[in-house]
Design a protein around this ligand. Structure first.
Ligand SMILES: [Zn+2]
Ligand SMILES: [Zn+2]
Length: 248
């Protein structure tokens, strides 16, 4: 087994709430300085900064997982991860098609900047990324899977935009095979309260919107192989992996 430190929930300057310092180079270099082996980019409802972050992260030797944080029709946040940038971008287009277009107000809500691998702005998304999609919690796992990916509920221990805040319970019958608890969250307490998550991988990621909020070496996974495909299989429960051994 290969031990890999990870932070699989990070926002870039494309998320309106993401700091403008969250550029591709800053994110990837900070992750490398912090000693991460795996990072995922998960902007709200878009994967359009994944190509740039992938290039920088891979040049630094990091394993990069392209993704997004999908907002479902129930206003629950779901992390979706994909095996390659092309699949993530195709999924991103599908989400865009299934979201009502509402113009972003950059002054009030923040800019939504697409960058290249040199941190040069190459565009700004005009429709707001903070609008819920029309994709439901029940649909998200199958939809992500149809693009080769995996979907799992984000920050289930938060009081807003989590499945538990929206439903009052973990969506046991929706086909989720993993979940995320905030870094330093009460993993044991949540496993006792929601027994259906006890055997699932429970990711502890930062949900960083600022560089200084990215995870230090803390959460890790032990995988049989260092690859994004293997990681996604592990999150689907198809490959044995060890998550955050010893974390309470
Ligand atoms: Zn969220
Ligand atoms: Zn987030």
């Amino acid at each position: 087994m290969i031990k890999l430190y990870y932070d699989m929930h990070i926002h870039s300057c494309l998320s309106p709430c993401g700091d403008e310092d969250m550029t591709p180079n800053n994110i990837a270099n900070m992750a490398a300085i912090l000693g991460q082996d795996i990072i995922a980019l998960t902007d709200h409802n878009t994967a359009k900064n994944c190509p740039a972050v992938a290039k920088v992260a891979e040049s630094l030797g990091l394993l990069f997982v392209p993704g997004m944080e999908l907002c479902t029709s129930e206003e629950a946040h779901i992390v979706c991860l994909f095996p390659d940038v092309e699949s993530a971008l195709a999924f991103s287009d599908e989400v865009e098609k299934n979201t009502i277009k509402f113009k972003n107000d950059p002054e009030k809500l923040g800019h939504q900047i697409i960058m290249d691998e040199n941190d040069e702005p190459i565009g700004e998304l005009e429709h707001s990324l903070l609008i819920s999609s029309m994709i439901s919690l029940d649909e998200a796992p199958g939809l992500a899977r149809s693009f080769g990916g995996v979907a799992f509920p984000a920050h289930i221990d938060r009081h807003s935009f989590s499945v538990i805040a929206s439903l009052g319970a973990f969506p046991e019958d929706s086909g989720y095979t993993a979940c995320e608890i905030t870094s330093m969250g009460d993993v044991r307490g949540f496993s006792e309260r929601y027994p259906c998550i006890a055997q699932m991988p429970k990711l502890l990621s930062s949900d960083a919107h600022y560089l200084d909020k990215m995870n230090e070496q803390y959460a890790y996974v032990e995988l049989p192989e260092r690859s994004v495909e293997c990681l996604i299989s592990a999150l689907r429960g198809e490959v044995d992996a060890v998550w955050n051994r010893g974390v309470k």
